[in-house]
Ligand binder design. Structure first.
Ligand code: TYD
Length: 208
């Protein structure tokens, strides 16, 4: 959001692409330069968001695709209004796991809702807010699945979806990045962890 003094960085990518680790490494590095960093995520960056996260990720049984899209959008609306905007207004750096691109990729391409409608819904909820930069960690879903299996954690509702769902999600993210090359930085998430962290740092540094 260029009208405010802070910097808003979002991380996107499929499940198992390593977003959380890379977001943490970037956080540590930016903080070491003296900037204040707020680390957050969707869904679940606020108290209300934690409740919504529990519904969308752990409800047993189906949730209608449009209801799922609305739940993510509701989490987002509250998160942007109460946490992201105030931090940016204070001049802080916000590093966020997932934003509306996840809704377009998962609920749009994955669940096959209309991608434009899904995006418009979230933009309405978030008052039109878009990140300054979006780091997309691109990874073959088969490799991502192997990482998740190695983790030994039970799968949530979205992770448990089949391979073709995750292939559509990946293609959805890449299409978003191609449509907005000024906002997106795309990285090969199969790179060794430290090399990937260095590559991300080099691209983010000029923006600080
Ligand atoms: P994430 O927090 O990345 O999972 P984890 O904590 O297990 O690493 O994301 C939770 C799941 O929610 C993930 O499968 C993607 C999905 N999701 C959507 O389907 N739509 C959305 O708008 C968002 C933000 C996430």
């Amino acid at each position: 959001m260029s009208a405010v003094p802070g910097l808003w960085i979002t991380f996107e990518g499929g499940d198992g692409s390593g977003k959380t680790t890379q977001a943490r490494l970037l956080h540590e590095w930016i903080e070491s330069t003296g900037r204040t960093v707020v680390r957050t995520r969707e869904p679940g960056g606020t108290e209300v968001g934690v409740l919504i996260r529990d519904i969308v990720l752990h409800h047993r049984g189906d949730i209608a695709p449009r209801a799922e899209a609305l739940l993510y959008a509701a989490d987002r609306a509250h998160h942007v209004e109460t946490l992201v905007r105030p931090a940016l207004a204070r001049g802080e750096v916000v590093i966020q796991d997932r934003y509306l691109d996840s809704s377009v990729a998962y609920q749009g391409a994955g669940r096959v809702l209309d991608a434009t409608e899904v995006r418009e819904l979230s933009l309405w909820g978030a008052g039109g807010a878009l990140p300054d930069v979006t780091v997309l960690l691109d990874l073959d879903p088969v490799a991502a699945r192997a990482r998740l299996d190695a983790d030994d954690k039970p799968f949530d509702r979205l992770e448990a979806e089949k391979d073709d769902f995750h292939a559509r999600v990946r293609a959805g993210f890449l299409a978003l990045a191609a449509a907005e090359p000024d906002r997106f930085l795309v990285f090969d998430a199969s790179l060794p962890l430290a090399d990937l962290a260095t590559a991300i740092r080099e691209r983010v540094q000029p923006l600080l």
